[in-house]
Design a binder for this molecule. Structure first.
Ligand code: FA5
Length: 346
């Protein structure tokens, strides 16, 4: 092997290596190139193993030049590596670019059930007047639902409430929220009470546009010293004004409930026709909103209050009926039918 040929070989190794490196486009190509041109069996490495076969005086020069070639290849690899990585980053940025001008996807938003909406409105109105929410159970005893409310067994007034009885004697689904009156009184006596009692009620009824077998009621209760019918009137009128508007006209009609004496029913002027008479108010100009009255002494006593010292008033309303009047809903069965076409309108 001549002196010039060794150097030519080295030059060729360098040039071929650099040329091959130009073709490398990605990380895998860089790896392959490193193995081929700087690996154990790469031409430049083999040049080192050939050194002992060279004439002694040639070895230092060839060794030096081989080292330079190897370093040049390493430097070129490092530089090309930088370029390849920068190019792949650019490509990634371009292909994964987010188009911020695209319109966003509209998320599906839930809404409150119309029953929840009317209940919250009623709660807000009574809370403003200083009433607290009190909840009691759906499954009641005959004693609480009837007897303690002055409705003994076989009393004809029981016909007012068609009842779902359970298989256990004396246990039933409450037909109204009035048994809650006894629960609040027994939990509070002898402190004065201002409470509202919302809850689901159940009646074994013929289902119709105005009657469901389950529906809500909100009971209103005030117990204290010197509570008069004037307080009842002021409270229910205050409720009607806040609920239906400042100028709404109201009236109380005599009625009958076993647990109140005297008893009344409150009507508000029909807000559809303004009192002139229309199909919603069945031509009367008035809409019935709630039953109410002064608490019967027997009921006060059953709750732990001495009727000689304490008095109170109670009222009960059906929120579905109120919601129906306000939103012109013609059939109460829509409330619990879970029909989205109905629910999405609120
Ligand atoms: C009562 O249940 C009495 N506890 C109300 C009361 C409380 C009076 C305190 C005096 C003092 P009534 O049965 O009228 O009364 O029912 C009251 C309201 O519940 C009705 O005005 C109506 O809005 C609603 N309601 C009654 N039955 C149904 C039904 N089947 N479907 C839907 N709502 C009903």
């Amino acid at each position: 092997m001549t002196e010039t040929q060794v150097f030519e070989d080295l030059e060729q190794i360098l040039q071929q290596g650099l040329a091959a490196l130009e073709e490398v486009k990605d990380e895998a190509g860089l790896q392959a190139w490193r193995t081929a041109h700087l690996g154990r069996s790469a031409p430049v490495m083999q040049m080192f193993s050939r050194l002992p076969q060279l004439p002694k005086e040639l070895r230092p020069q060839v060794g030096q030049r081989a080292n330079q070639v190897k370093q040049a290849l390493e430097a070129a690899l490092a530089e090309r590596g930088e370029q390849v990585r920068a190019a792949s980053l650019q490509q990634k940025l371009a292909s994964e670019r987010v188009d911020v001008t695209l319109p966003g996807r509209q998320p599906l938003r839930g809404r409150l059930h119309p029953e929840t909406q009317v209940l919250r409105r009623i709660f807000a109105v009574f809370e403003e007047m200083g009433f607290q929410v009190f909840r009691s159970r759906d499954v009641e005893t005959d004693e609480y639902n009837f007897e303690l409310l002055n409705i003994p067994a076989y009393h004809p007034a029981r016909d007012m409430w068609d009842t779902f009885y359970t298989t256990r004697p004396g246990v039933l689904l409450r037909t109204h929220t009035s048994p809650g009156q006894i629960h609040v009184m027994r939990a509070s006596a002898p402190e004065p009470i201002r409470a509202i009692l919302p809850g689901m009620c159940y009646r074994y009824e013929q289902v119709s546009a105005r009657h469901e077998t389950q529906f809500y009621q909100v009971e209103v209760l005030a117990v204290g010293k010197n509570i008069t019918f004037g307080d009842l009137k002021g409270t229910v009128n205050g409720f009607a004004r806040r609920m239906f508007g400042q100028n709404v006209r109201t009236r109380l009609r005599p009625s009958y409930f076993p647990f109140t004496e005297p008893s009344a029913e409150m009507d508000v002027e029909c807000f559809v026709c303004g009192g002139k008479g229309c199909p919603v108010c069945k031509g009367s100009g008035w809409l019935e909103i709630m039953g109410c009255g002064m608490m019967h002494p027997t009921v006060l006593r059953n709750g732990g209050y001495d009727p000689e010292v304490y008095s109170g008033f109670a009222a009960g309303m059906g929120p579905e009926r109120i919601s129906m009047l306000q939103s012109r809903i013609e059939d109460i069965r829509y409330f619990w039918a879970n029909d989205l076409r109905f629910l999405e309108q609120f």
